[in-house]
Design a protein around this ligand. Structure first.
Ligand SMILES: C[S@@+](CC[C@H](N)C(=O)[O-])C[C@H]1O[C@@H](n2cnc3c(N)ncnc32)[C@H](O)[C@@H]1O
Length: 266
C-alpha cells in the first residue's frame, strides 16, 4: 500500500487527517511521497482503522481526539463528538466582549464549551454540569490536558446539584435538541453517539424550557443566556424566552445559513 491508497480509501480530507495523526505526515509530505510504500505495521493499522470506518464509525472516535476552536480535545465513545458549528456559539459569546465572572454550562459533554470559555475569558469561573458520568470524566480529562484551573465539572441533572446560593452572569448550553420524529431518521453515523446527548423530547424543546425556567433562579439580573439551537427552532425558543421576560434576543446563523444559536439578556 502506498500513501495515495490511503487517500483513495478514506477520501482526501479524512485520509490526510489519518496520515497526520498516526504517522505525522503533513500535507507537503503527502504530496511529495504519494507513491511511497507504507511499512507493514503502518499498513496493518490502516486496514484496522478502515474496518471501523467503512461501518460509518465516526473518525472522531477512532482518533480519540478532535479539534475545537483551535485545540485538540480528547473524544470518547458515549460522549457527544465536538461539532464545528458549536464554535459559532462560543464565538458569539466572546463577541459580546463581556468579562463574565461566573458561568454555568448545562450539558458539558467533552467539555469543549466550558474549557474554551475558561481559557478565553480571563478571570472567569465556570461550573459545568452533565447528567452523564462518562461526560464528566471526559471533560475532566480535557480540563487536565489544558491545565485549566478556573473550571469545575459536576454530575447533575440540570440544576439539581448546583448550589442554590450561586448566581451566574452567563448560562450557556448546547442541549439535546432532536425531536421525536427526527430521532427516527438519524443517519447511521449519529447512531454511535449517546441518545442522551441528542434527544430533546417530543418537539425537541424540553431542555430549552427547563433551562430557561431554571434561569429564573440562577441567572443574575441582567445576566446572559446563550444556546445552540436546531435549524428550525429559533422562533419557538425566542417565544419561550419572551414568555420569561428575556430581552435583546438575537438569533445567529451558521455558515449554511441555518439558525444555529440564540442569545438573550435577562
Ligand atoms: C448536545 S450534547 C452537548 C455536549 C457539549 N456541550 C458539546 O457542545 O459538544 C448535550 C449534553 O447534555 C447532557 N445532558 C442530557 N440530559 C441532561 C440533564 N438532564 N442534565 C444535564 N446534562 C444533560 C448530555 O449528556 C450531553 O453531554
Amino acid at each position: 500500500m502506498v500513501i495515495q491508497d490511503v487517500l483513495n480509501l478514506f477520501g482526501k480530507v479524512d485520509g490526510e487527517i489519518i496520515l497526520k495523526h498516526y504517522f505525522n505526515f503533513n500535507k507537503i509530505d503527502i504530496v511529495l511521497n504519494k507513491n511511497k510504500e507504507l511499512e507493514e505495521n503502518q499498513e496493518n493499522l490502516i486496514y484496522e482503522i478502515y474496518e471501523k470506518y467503512k461501518k460509518n464509525y465516526p473518525l472522531q472516535y477512532i482518533l480519540g481526539q478532535w479539534n475545537f476552536y483551535g485545540r485538540d480535545f480528547f473524544t470518547e465513545k458515549n460522549v457527544l463528538i465536538p461539532r464545528f458549528e458549536t464554535e459559532i456559539l462560543v464565538e458569539k459569546i466572546l463577541d459580546l466582549n463581556i468579562a463574565f465572572k461566573n458561568i454555568l454550562e448545562i450539558g458539558v459533554g467533552s467539555g469543549i464549551i466550558s474549557i474554551t470559555l475558561a481559557l478565553e475569558i480571563e478571570d472567569s469561573k465556570i461550573i459545568g454540569v452533565d447528567i452523564s458520568q462518562n461526560a464528566i470524566d471526559l471533560a475532566n480529562r480535557n480540563k487536565e490536558k489544558f491545565n485549566v484551573k478556573n473550571c469545575e465539572f459536576i454530575k447533575s441533572d440540570l440544576f439539581s446539584n448546583v448550589n442554590k446560593n450561586l448566581k451566574f452572569d452567563l448560562i450557556v448550553s448546547n442541549p439535546p435538541y432532536i425531536n421525536l420524529e427526527d430521532m427516527g431518521k438519524l443517519e447511521e453515523k449519529l447512531s454511535y453517539e449517546p441518545e442522551i446527548a441528542l434527544y430533546g423530547g417530543e418537539d425537541g424543546l424540553d431542555f430549552y424550557r427547563a433551562i430557561i425556567e431554571g434561569a429564573n433562579e440562577y441567572l443574575s439580573s441582567n445576566g446572559v443566556i446563550a444556546f445552540e439551537i436546531g435549524y428550525n427552532q429559533g422562533e419557538s425558543i425566542k417565544d419561550i424566552l419572551k414568555e420569561h421576560n428575556f430581552k435583546d434576543i438575537s438569533i445567529y446563523k451558521d455558515y449554511n445559513d441555518f439558525d444555529r444559536c440564540i442569545i438573550a439578556r435577562r
